[in-house]
Ligand binder design. Sequence first.
Ligand code: SAM
Length: 186
Amino acid sequence: KYLTRPTEIAQSIMRGILKKGDVAVDATMGNGQDTLFLAKMVKSEGKIFAFDIQDLAVANTKKLLEKNHIYDDVHIIQDSHENIDRYVSDEIAGVMFNLGYLPKGDHQIITKAETTLVALKKSLKLLKRNGIITMVIYYGHLGGETEKEKIIEYVEKLDPNLFHVLKIDYINQTQEPPIIIGIVKK
Ligand code: SAM
C-alpha cells in the first residue's frame, strides 16, 4: 500500500516537518482526513485551521474529529481558502491542499484555479521558514486540467532563492493520475 495513495505521500512529506505545538492548515478539508492527520501531528499544544465551502465537508470533518476524540484547537471554517488571511495570522508550519471534488459528494463543487492560486499565494506568505505546502492535484474532471496547468505554471516560476518546489508524478499510469506538489520555504 505504501506509495499507492497520493494523499499518503502528501502526509509523509508533512510528517518530516510538523511537530508538537505547530500551526497547520487544511485548505480543503473535505471528509477531514488531512485535518485529522494534522491535528494528530501538532497535538493539543498546536493549532489547526481547516477550510471548506460546503456543509457536507464541515459535517463530515466534525464527525471524524469527534470519533477520534480530537477536541483540541481545531478551527473548522466554512469559507473559501482564498480568505485564509482573515482567519490566520500565525506563522504556519504546514498547509495541505487536496484539489478536485469531494469524494462521495457533489462532483460539481470543485476547487478552481483563481481561488486556489489566491489561497496558495497567501499561504506562501504566512508560511514560516522551513514550512511546507503540499498540493495533491486531481484533474480528471471538467475544469481540473485548467487548474492543474495554472498551478504548475505558477509554482514553476517561484524564486529558487526562496522556495524549493518538487513535483511527484505517477509516470506509468493512464487516466490522469494525480500530481503531488511540495513547496518548502527556505
Ligand atoms: N482532503 C479531503 C479529504 O480528506 O476528504 C478531500 C478534499 S476534496 C478533493 C476537495 C474539497 O475542496 C471539497 O470538499 C470542496 O468542497 C473543497 N473546496 C472547493 N472549493 C474550495 C474553496 N474555494 N475553499 C475551500 N475548499 C474548497
